[in-house]
Each structure stands twice: as C-alpha cells, then as structure tokens.
Design a protein. Structure first.
Length: 362
C-alpha cells in the first residue's frame, strides 16, 4: 500500500493527490454545511421580523449575510489554492495560480468593504430622515477610494512598481486641493452635515438674517425657502460655521408674556388674576402651565408675568393657543370688571399756575 501511494503520476505522487483531494473535499463539505446554516438563519430572521435584506438593518443577520456572500466564497478559493499548492505545480504555473488567487481575494475583500461601508452609512442616515439620496455622493466617493486602494494593493502584489505613479498622483492632488479650496471646503461641510445631521430636509432654520425651511442639501450649497417665498442659496461652509437655530427639533415652546391692569384694580381681584390666567392656559391640553406672578409696579400698570409651554413645535399651534388665551382673559376680566392698563400720564398743576390757568380759561 505504501508503495502504491508513492507511485508517481504526472510527476506527482498519488499520496499528494489524495492529500489535495482530502483538503478540498473536507473544506467544501464544512463550508457547504456552514452556508446552508447561514441561509436557514437568515430566512428564519426574515420570517420573524420581515427584514430579509442586509440593506435594511444592521445587526447579526446583516453580518451573517456578508459572511455567506463573501467570507465563504473566499474560503472556497483558499481551499482550492491550498490544494493546488500541495501538488507543488511548476514555477510558471504556480506564479499564474498565485496571481489568480490574489485577484479573486482582492475582488472579494473590496466588494466586502464596499457593501459593509455603504450599508453602514445608509443605516446611519436612515436613522435620521431616511434621506438615502443625499448619501449617494458620499457612497460613490467611498467606493472609488476603496477600489483605488484595492487596485494599488493588487498591482503591488503582482509585482508592478507603482511608487512613481502614487507620487505623481499625490503631487497632482495637492495642486488640485490648493486650486479648489473653497469648493473642497463646501464639499467637506456637506459630509459634516450628512454625518452629523445638524439639520435635515424640511427643518425650519434661523441663522444670521435668514429664516426658512431646508429644501435641498447639495454638494456645495444648501437651498432654503424663506418665509417671504424666495429661495436662498447658502454655501455649506457658511452653514456649518454659523450659529443655527433649528426650530423643527423643538419639542416644546416656552412662552413668556406680560399683561398689565390698571392701578384702580382692587387687591382681591389682583389675587384672583394668577388663577384666572392658569385656568385660561390649562383649558387647552396642548399647554403646560408654569407660573403667573404679580411681577412689578409699572409706570401706568400693575404687571403680571406669565410663563407656560406649548407642547408642539408648530408655530401656528402656538399662535392659536395664545389667541385663545388672550380671548379667555379678555372675557373673564370683562366679567369681573378688571381693566387692562394702557399708557397714561396724569398732569398735576399746583399753586399760582393753576389759578392763572383757571382765570385765563374763564
């Protein structure tokens, strides 16, 4: 038996062929079992959650899908490569086989990185407003960068001298960056807006003297529809460098207002006014009353300061509520005979001046 295993065929021993076939068959069996297990696990998760694709949600099913699509094929290729290397083919064939192996593995790794990175960014953006369209430029640039690194790695491992090419590309890139600083600044600001999400489509912003809603976020500029109707185009770098107020993300609105009553108002009525204001505000379920106090003696009024919250970010809701509060207060004050104060001035003329004024008038 030992002599039979040592019998040469095509320059290789039968034992070498058996070892190569054993490695290949064992690896294929194990990987096939693993692949089927991953398919069953992925199908089970799709049936339970209704999420069958790796683009919809990151998690264990997503990574299992990546393993099934890329890792297992890579292991298949590795098994074939090891089996062939066991046979120790001639040098010219070994070089060709090694080159094919490097090309296939590089392609799988690049595809793995592209899919993983794209899915991660899509998941991140969809966690905000679902604006996947805004992600396409970033994904395109990311894919180009990954493929460029993969090609450089491949060429270097295939024996090509690429140091001169890389140096030339680096010098050219520096020249382009210096010539397009403003454009690149807006481009990087776009990525900041995309990833940090200080605002999103539809948000109402106030910055500097601009008030309006976000219509489009582009690579260089952001378009804002102002309250007066015109479209305002702002460079992305200006937005990221400004103090921006985002009213769309306001969960509730704090309202402060003051009302004044005349000095003729009696002390009993003054003590009732805070409760009257509370009742007027709490009559609307979209409000949260905070306080109402007799705050100060004004020049021509007794001033009450009122603070409450509107449990909505909509400006129209706030105005509707404030209007109803004002009407309720007016009706209640009218019933009790409480007068709202308005600016008045009393002129007192004393002594001889008053007498002369009287005689002149008569």
């Amino acid at each position: 038996m030992a002599g039979f295993l040592q019998t040469p065929i095509l320059g290789r021993k039968i034992l070498d062929y058996l070892i190569a076939v054993t490695i290949l068959v064992a690896t294929i069996l194990v990987l096939e079992i693993l692949r089927r297990a991953l398919i069953r696990r992925d199908s089970h998760h799709a049936d339970v959650t209704g999420e069958a694709t790796d683009q919809q949600k990151l998690g264990a099913p997503f990574f299992l899908t990546l393993a099934r699509r890329f890792v297992i094929p890579g292991l298949y290729i590795g098994a074939f490569y090891v089996a062939i290397r066991v046979l120790a083919p001639p040098e010219q064939y070994a070089v060709a086989i090694r080159s094919i192996f490097i090309v296939l593995i590089t392609w799988l790794v690049v595809r793995f990185l592209v899919v993983a990175a794209s899915s991660a960014f899509k998941h991140y953006v969809e966690g905000g407003d679902g604006g996947t369209n805004r992600l396409r430029p970033l994904i395109a640039i990311l894919n180009i960068a990954i493929w460029a690194v993969g090609v450089v790695f491949l060429l270097d491992n295939l024996g090509f001298k690429i140091s001169t090419v890389i140096a030339g590309i680096g010098i050219g890139g520096i020249a382009v960056a210096l010539a397009a600083q403003a454009v690149l600044g807006d481009l990087f600001s776009y990525f900041v807006i995309l990833l940090d999400r200080p605002f999103e489509l539809g948000d109402f912003l106030i910055f500097d003297d601009v008030l309006g809603s976000i219509e489009k976020i582009g690579l260089k500029t952001t378009r804002i529809r102002s309250l007066s109707g015109e479209q305002i185009i702002v460079a992305n770098s200006i937005l990221t460098g400004s103090r921006v107020r985002n009213y769309k993300r306001m969960e509730r609105r704090r309202i402060v207002f003051t009302i004044g009553v005349t000095y003729d108002t009696g002390s009993k009525l003054l003590r009732q006014i805070p409760e009257i204001i509370r009742a007027a505000i709490e009559s609307d379920p979209r409000t949260q009353f905070d306080r109402a106090h007799f705050a100060k003696y004004g020049d021509s009024s007794l001033d009450f300061e009122v603070v409450y919250y509107v449990l909505s970010a909509e400006y129209n809701h706030y105005m509707d509520i404030q209007q109803q509060v004002n009407l309720d207060l007016y009706e209640r004050f009218e019933e009790l005979g409480i007068e709202f104060a308005f600016p008045t001035r009393t002129l007192v003329i004393a002594g001889d001046a008053a007498g002369r004024l009287k005689s002149t008038g008569s």
